[in-house]
Design a protein around this ligand. Structure first.
Ligand code: GDG
Length: 733
């Protein structure tokens, strides 16, 4: 089995010089994390898992050199470059990815561009990635797609490779629905549909996972159960995997002699000064300006700390071609100048500013040297720098000030956690951090280090890939329940060989799709013709077993020769005779229950009450799904206490709650027919849990089919009502 990692960028940039190709390492949280995981795979003796990293190599390459590039990338990095032309990359990466998705998903709607050309290039590049992957994928491979650049890719891949497990991890926040729905309708739906093409979707925090699930429910209509989503024909899962770091790498690097030496050097240039570290890629989400405002206020409010403290501000160049970033760089330069000008003197510079990339060892030397790290993004998916800082504190002294807007704050609660929008809070946190006793620093860092060591990036990636593998195994077991062609042949043979047959069929969701209003789910011409032919097939009795009232069934299906059961088994219409009660029932309890249901329909817009002779139903299919699910739980609670002394049962069906006499169900109704005659071929179809009574009551040799892809007592699953129709056609042709 190979693991195919797919991300927009490869962990290196390719450069072309006089016809020769060379590589330069690239930075960023995704690259740092995945590289560490893949290194661990290479070094581990217990696994032989191969991997290939697929992505854009950072520059457009002369087509003549493409073959050289492919060979060298594979040899040096196990990488497969996807060559994309400059114009596409500009509109895709600088455009849709970084001017639309990045600001919006980080809750900066004012920076968000809504540009149809960018969107078209986003689609085009996702398709291009798909074509590249399809060329190299092999049976048994696992595909793991990363990040916001490739949100359409899971669906594209699933269409081409339905049996390949596909995972997707989002490294940035998934925004609340109020923000996500600012995207034009077409884009937001295509993005969600693209994502749910994956079998497993991972997010850094529980909040992001919940935001995604809420959007899927409200914008696509797919509900979930503990993160498991069932679409018309697939099962997938959304779950939380907080990304860790390679703890040991940072911890060990901090102890290296050359890093210690660098630390001594730094210390000697900063004698007598406490140091505050700030390290980020240049990005407006990282809150660098807010941090500087907080620092300025701290210096102003605490003159006793002037000349005793210095901020080392490392800003790593990033997304250089984008306007907002250039403006931000200018604002930052000006602000640093302002603080240094206002507070500095010949013998003291309050901020040491570096705008450059640092190699790992000098970076870790900074982590271990500084007394305080200020990591205060306005919004950050996770933030690995904060974790790397804690891991590098070999003597366990140092204080982390962390923004509550970073995903990492969920795991690093022992840090001083602040709201980055409030400069007063930052200034106070700085004072607290600089004055924190060493014992307290050690106490906090010991706890955080232990946590980071236990759930490091290797655990994170193993957990994700393991869950993806588990989902795939579950799907394979489940697929074994779907009717394959040889089972179907056998079934048709048994059907034809039999002399007397009985077929029980539920109506809604089984023979026809659900409609917003129950009265709109009337039978179409195709199903009417099919039922007519089926019921006229010699030696075959068709019984429609429905929860509908008898009048509706009579109106809709009265012209076919089917038998019918209404209200889940209350009424029976057998062999052309009139409707009869299966057993004597009362309905005086309805007087007590109906007003309760009416109150609930008043409280939930677009829900309504349907009264049948011996049952009463509250429908909420068209209501707001979240409020409806709360109201349904409340109603169930109310009904349970209200009906304690009444001989009724409460059924929670597909977006309905139904109350009816007890001692009635579809299984009891089926037994009525089975006890009257002997049949040598018995078959049943149904889609919701009221049909489970039917499946359970049938003899062992019966052929039963659950419509939909959830577990059932039926022997087989069919994906939807269309498959039911196709199967019937196959039986009678
Ligand atoms: C995205 C999400 C999420 C930075 N400067 C240097 C350097 N770095 C390395 C750090 C760290 C990584 O880059 C930055 O990671 P972050 O997580 O802090 O931020 P993003 O790049 O925005 O990452 C983020 C992450 O994806 C993972 O899912 O946490 O929320 O935005 O590893 O060490 N490394 C070196 N020199 C530098 O100057 N060597």
């Amino acid at each position: 089995m190979r693991l195919l990692i797919v991300s927009n960028r490869l962990p290196f940039s390719v450069e072309e010089n006089e016809g020769k190709i060379s590589f330069k390492e690239s930075t960023g949280g995704l690259v740092t994390g995945i590289s560490a995981y893949l290194d661990s795979l290479k070094n581990a003796s217990f696994t032989k898992q191969e991997h290939v990293w697929i992505g854009w190599p950072g520059n457009e390459i002369n087509p003549k050199l493409e073959n050289d590039l492919k060979k060298k990338a594979l040899a040096d990095f196990n990488a497969y470059p996807v060559n994309i032309d400059e114009k596409s990359m500009d509109c895709f990466y600088n455009g849709f990815c970084n001017k639309t998705i990045w600001p919006l998903f980080h809750c900066f709607p004012v920076y968000t561009a809504y540009n149809e050309t960018f969107w078209n290039y986003y689609k085009k590049v996702n398709e291009h990635f798909c074509e590249a992957i399809v060329k190299i994928v092999k049976p048994g491979d696992l595909i793991w797609v990363h990040d916001y650049h490739l949100m359409l890719l899971p669906k594209l891949l699933k269409e081409k490779l339905p049996d390949t497990p596909i995972g997707f991890f989002l490294h940035i926040p998934f925004p609340p629905i109020e923000i996500f729905r600012l995207l034009p309708k077409k884009w937001r739906v295509e993005i969600l549909e693209g994502l749910i093409g994956a079998d497993l979707l991972g997010f850094h925090t529980h909040d992001y996972t919940q935001n995604f699930l809420k959007c899927t429910l409200r914008l696509l209509g797919f509900d979930h159960n503990m993160g498991n989503i069932t679409t018309e024909n697939r099962i997938l899962k959304a779950d939380t995997f907080p990304m860790g770091i390679h703890f040991q790498k940072y911890h060990d690097t901090a102890s290296l002699p050359e890093v210690q030496e660098e630390k001594e050097k730094l210390r000697s240039t900063l004698t007598g000064l406490k140091t505050i570290l700030s390290v980020d890629r240049l990005d407006y989400t990282k809150g660098i300006l807010n941090r500087l405002e907080g620092y300025q206020l701290f210096l102003q409010n605490n003159p006793q700390w002037q000349k005793k403290v210095v901020m080392i501000l490392v800003v790593v160049p990033s997304r250089i071609g984008i306007d907002n970033y250039q403006k931000m760089k200018a604002a930052l330069d000006a602000y640093v100048g302002k603080i240094n000008g206002r507070f500095g003197s010949l013998d003291w510079t309050p901020i040491h500013y570096q705008y450059k990339y640092l190699p790992l060892k000098p970076l870790v030397a900074l982590y271990t040297t500084c007394d305080v790290a200020m990591i205060t993004p306005l919004r950050d998916g996770m933030n690995l720098v904060s974790k790397e800082y804690i891991a590098s504190l070999t003597d366990k002294t140092g204080v982390l000030i962390l923004s509550e807007m970073a995903g990492a704050a969920k795991e690093l609660g022992e840090a001083i956690v602040i709201n980055p929008n409030h400069k007063e809070e930052i200034a106070e946190a700085l004072k607290e951090a600089l004055e924190m006793p060493e014992e307290e620093q050690k106490r906090r860092n010991t706890i955080m280090q232990k946590r980071l060591q236990e759930y490091d990036v290797i655990r994170w990636a193993n957990d994700f890939t393991q869950e993806l593998t588990d989902i795939n195994e579950f799907k394979q077991k489940f697929n074994a329940r779907l009717l394959n062609s040889s089972d179907k042949k056998q079934l048709i043979k048994s059907f034809k060989d039999a002399d007397s047959r009985i077929i029980f069929m539920d109506y809604d969701g089984t023979l026809v799709p659900f409609a917003g209003l129950p009265e709109n789910a009337y039978p179409d011409e195709e199903i009417l013709q099919l039922l007519k032919s089926f019921s006229q097939y010699p030696g075959t009795k068709i019984v429609i077993v429905s929860g509908r009232d008898k009048q509706t069934l009579q109106n809709w299906l009265g012209n076919t020769s089917v038998d019918m059961v209404s209200e889940h088994g209350v009424w029976i219409k057998d062999s052309g005779s009139d409707w009869q009660l299966l057993k004597p029932l009362t309905s005086d309890w309805k007087l007590k229950i109906t007003p309760i249901l009416k109150t609930y329909s008043d409280r939930l817009p677009r829900s309504f009450v349907e009264e049948k002779e011996f049952s009463v139903v509250w429908h909420y299919r068209r209501s707001d799904p979240e409020l409806a699910s709360i109201r349904a739980k409340e109603l169930m609670d109310d009904l349970i206490s209200f009906t304690a002394n009444i001989d009724v049962q409460i059924l929670q069906g597909n977006k309905v709650i139904e109350i009816r006499n007890s001692g009635i169900n579809k299984g009891i109704a089926a037994n009525y027919f089975l006890s009257k005659n002997k049949y040598d071929f018995i078959m049943a179809f149904g889609d919701d849990w009221t049909d489970e009574d039917l499946f359970k009551s049938l003899p062992d040799n019966a052929h039963s089919f659950k419509v939909g892809i959830s577990p059932s007592h039926a022997k087989y699953n069919l994906k939807n009502y269309k498959e039911v129709r196709t199967l019937i056609e196959g039986l009678i042709k």
